[in-house]
Design a protein around this ligand. Structure first.
Ligand SMILES: Cc1cc2nc3c(=O)[nH]c(=O)nc-3n(C[C@H](O)[C@H](O)[C@H](O)COP(=O)(O)O)c2cc1C
Length: 203
């Protein structure tokens, strides 16, 4: 028997029950029905400190991510990321980009780079992408406009690359803030379910 695909969703929305939550729920429910193991982490529930740019975590060469000097939940979060086969990285678009909690998380992923002092840019510790990532985003603007004007998907993809995940899909939900409690459209629901199935099948 093949092992179930382990899917970890990391959510950068501030609203439980909001559109990102609904989309991720739909993806995970569908994946679970297809045999995957699923888990969801809200970044608002795992307060992280700001990266201080000290770069201690980037100095030691090797495939393993560097250790951060800050004592908070990041290391346990990273262990969960490393145990997962597939990530769902989800964030609303705020001020043209990912939310502040998601940005903070992405900055802390600098530990996946080897970047000794004296070199201009970090080198990835994960050149071979063994994981998969699905990116989920939402915006008040229509999705075509939001994707062109903002950089949410670019940043989520950066996060995926840093942890060694290849992006296999994007669900971008536009016109997501028409009502205080907005439901997923039939179309988004259908797409979310198909993507969940695809992730469970390891595609
Ligand atoms: C502070 C703030 C900034 C926002 N900036 C944008 C924006 O730049 N572009 C956009 O289309 N929507 C913007 N929105 C709308 C959010 O993208 C929308 O409320 C969100 O996608 C809903 O996700 P949620 O239900 O998970 O909270 C903004 C909302 C807030 C509160």
């Amino acid at each position: 028997m093949t092992k179930p695909v382990k899917i970890l969703a990391i959510i950068g929305s501030y609203r439980k029950g909001g559109i990102i939550d609904r989309a991720v729920e739909e993806i995970l429910a569908s994946a679970k029905e297809c045999g995957a193991e699923t888990r969801k982490i809200w970044l608002i529930d795992r307060p992280l400190s700001f990266c201080t740019n000290c770069r201690s975590c980037t100095q030691k060469e090797g495939l393993q991510h560097g250790l951060c000097v800050l004592e908070d939940d990041m290391e346990s979060l990273l262990q969960e990321v490393e145990r997962a086969d597939t990530l769902v990285l989800a964030s609303p678009m705020n001020a043209g980009t990912v939310t502040a909690v998601m940005k903070l998380f992405i900055e802390r992923l600098v530990c996946f780079g080897y970047w000794p002092w004296g070199t201009p840019a970090p080198k990835s510790r994960n050149p071979v992408k063994t994981k998969r990532a699905l990116l989920v985003a939402s915006s008040a603007a229509p999705s075509v406009f939001a994707r062109l004007s903002g950089d949410v998907t670019r940043l989520l993809k950066t996060a995926a690359n840093l942890v060694g995940a290849r992006t296999v899909g994007v669900l971008f939900i536009g016109l997501a803030a028409q009502k205080q409690q907005q439901e997923l459209s039939k179309r988004s629901k259908k797409k979310a379910r198909l993507l969940g199935q695809k992730l469970a099948e390891g595609k």
